[in-house]
Ligand binder design. Structure first.
Ligand SMILES: [Zn+2]
Ligand SMILES: [Zn+2]
Length: 169
């Protein structure tokens, strides 16, 4: 039973783990969020010290965009089974969001296979239940996705303030 909650293998490198942690310690040490200071706060493009020329020229649909991990991060292993790792992924999203200091969302929106992750985040934020029949208009909607390219903006969100966070770049 304990093995269900505490897998004995690191999901990233498959090393056997003796402790009650999710990742082995070398992988855990490599778990760091993407630094945001060199990225555009609106579209998350890498910009170094320059202004983001994309955002000067285009009107983004998103209020803000960010990603948590680089493609090479051990955390990417969790994307193999978002249902199984829903609580961990939800906690990592919330931890990162805390560092972005964005506004508190009214609603968390996700598409399959992250439904369970957004559900778990909704609980952690203690957000009221929101059904698809409610109106998103004017709401601050936090959208979570595996990667930016996995996310399709539904029409129902067009009149809301969309914040998009991807688990991986
Ligand atoms: Zn490992
Ligand atoms: Zn930009």
């Amino acid at each position: 039973m304990l093995n269900f909650f505490f897998p004995r293998q690191c999901p990233s490198c498959m090393e056997i783990i003796e402790t009650d942690t999710l990742f082995c310690s070398p992988c855990f040490d490599m778990l760091s969020f993407i630094p945001t200071y060199e990225r555009c706060p609106k579209c998350f493009t890498y910009k170094g010290e320059n202004k983001c020329f994309y955002c000067i020229q285009h009107r983004e649909l998103f209020i803000k965009k960010a990603a948590l991990f680089e493609e090479g991060s051990p955390a990417i292993a969790l994307l193999k089974d978002p249902e199984k790792y829903a609580k961990t992924m939800g906690a990592l999203f919330i931890l990162a969001l805390d560092q972005f200091s964005w506004i508190r969302p009214d609603v968390i929106y996700s598409q399959s296979p992250l439904k369970k992750v957004s559900h778990s985040m909704g609980k952690m934020y203690a957000l009221p239940k929101f059904s698809k029949y409610n109106n998103y208009a004017g709401k601050n909607v936090l959208c979570i996705t595996n990667t930016f390219k996995d996310f399709n903006i539904p029409l129902s969100l067009y009149s809301s303030n969309i914040f998009l966070v991807a688990f991986s770049l």
